[in-house]
Design a protein around this ligand. Structure first.
Ligand SMILES: [Zn+2]
Ligand SMILES: [Zn+2]
Length: 266
């Protein structure tokens, strides 16, 4: 197994030491674990910061990838929070270290928080979908230095807990198509994020129609990530993810080294 989305106490919202996460991954028999701690420079929360101590983080990635190399491959990664307000900062950070793998994610949209629900306030259901993906498309045309788009329908995790989800995608599928074409044209992948199985979200992440459409349009790069913030969550739901990807005709998942994808059989 190859878990391509995990966190440690270098992320403000996680207090598990990186060594504990890596050793749990070894215990579960993983071949690779991508450490992708948060960097989301314009994310505002009084309880934590999404800016890691980069010197310590980079040092840990280098030393642990060396220390554990006979037991597991530790992929030196980062999850970058994309917002229009910080395009310059995130562009610089992406090249500030020799990362193997970068996830580009949206935890905020249109300048407001998605997790706390601020983004939903004052928007009807259709605007939530249309605004979220329109903003995503705008930002992706300005920031290109990532490898896979993380948890594409992240907002639906939180929408599902409150207002409920749209059951018809026809009113926003054109925008999603534009995003997918843009990703494919730029050699970018998408991520199947298995956190939906922990959060009991009623749709996959991304949704089925997106998984199908990415392939139809010629997309080939997909990673599977648990988004684990605890050892128990590492590789959680990977059997179900594999089944779903196979059902859409995916035969390979991507792994990364020095920002270049390789493919392993599903
Ligand atoms: Zn994320
Ligand atoms: Zn994450």
């Amino acid at each position: 197994m190859y878990d391509y989305h995990t966190h440690s106490d270098f992320s403000g919202d996680c207090d598990i030491p990186l060594t504990t996460m890596i050793e749990s991954a070894i215990f579960k028999g993983l071949k690779e674990i991508a450490v992708t701690d948060h960097y989301d420079p314009d994310y505002h929360d009084d309880n934590f910061s999404f800016i890691p101590d980069f010197d310590k983080y980079h040092e840990a990635l280098l030393s642990y990838s060396e220390r554990y190399k006979n037991k597991i491959r530790v992929v030196k990664g980062i999850e970058i929070g994309i917002q229009d307000s910080v395009i310059d900062e995130i562009t610089q950070t992406a090249v500030s270290f020799e990362y193997d793998f970068i996830i580009g994610s949206f935890h905020s949209s249109c300048g407001v928080d998605v997790m706390k629900g601020d983004f939903f306030e004052g928007r009807d259901l259709k605007s939530i979908y249309v605004d979220y993906y329109t903003y995503m498309y705008d930002c992706l045309r300005k920031f290109n230095d990532f490898d896979v788009l993380g948890h594409m329908n992240f907002f639906e995790r939180y929408l599902a807990m409150g207002e409920g989800l749209a059951d018809d995608e026809s009113f926003y599928s054109d925008i999603v198509d534009e995003i997918l074409k843009h990703l494919i044209d730029n050699g970018k992948g998408i991520e199947f994020n298995t956190s939906v199985y922990r959060y009991m979200t009623p749709v996959t992440m991304p949704r089925d129609f997106v998984l199908a459409r990415y392939r139809e349009l010629g997309g080939e790069i997909i990673t599977i990530g648990s988004d684990a913030h605890t050892p128990e969550a590492i590789a959680f739901g990977f059997d179900r993810a594999t089944e779903i990807l196979r059902s859409h005709g995916y035969k390979y998942i991507a792994t990364f080294e020095n920002r270049k994808p390789s493919f392993v059989k599903l």
